[in-house]
Design a protein. Structure first.
Length: 136
């Protein structure tokens, strides 16, 4: 059982690597593939996005209007709780408007619940995050 838990933790770290690279590369569909169908995204200063279609609607403008110059997700902890897990840590990014303008940067923290899928992979079920920076 312990070997499986070590593998599960490693897979969740891989989810965060895939999350960061999908955003950095501007690949919305690859990013959405990391979420379960009825997932919840709890972004600051906005209503919850519930389900993949609402999440797509909420984040698609970011992928369309910005190029990410850097994007990192840095998990501090991953805890496996059966077929669910939680992870928390920090994030940071800088993005450039495709139309030109100043670089936008943010850094903050996250708490995420993931669910193990039938095929053994892990996907995001609930993601909550907020900035460490003052509201502009």
């Amino acid at each position: 059982m312990e070997r499986e838990m070590v593998s599960d933790v490693a897979q969740i770290y891989d989810v965060w690597k895939a999350y960061g690279s999908a955003v950095y590369e501007g690949d919305l569909n690859r990013w959405l593939a990391l979420w379960i169908d009825d997932s919840k995204r709890l972004a600051p200063n906005a209503p919850a996005s519930v389900g993949l279609e609402q999440i797509r609607i909420a984040v698609e403008p970011l992928f369309e209007l910005f190029d990410f110059e850097a994007f990192g997700v840095n998990p501090d902890e991953v805890q496996i709780l059966g077929d669910q897990a939680y992870s928390h840590g920090t994030y940071g990014f800088s993005m450039m408007p495709k139309a030109g303008g100043d670089v936008i940067e943010d850094r903050g923290k996250f708490l995420t619940i993931l669910e193990k899928q039938v095929d053994g992979s892990w996907k995001i079920a609930v993601d909550c995050f907020n900035s460490d920076l003052p509201k502009p």
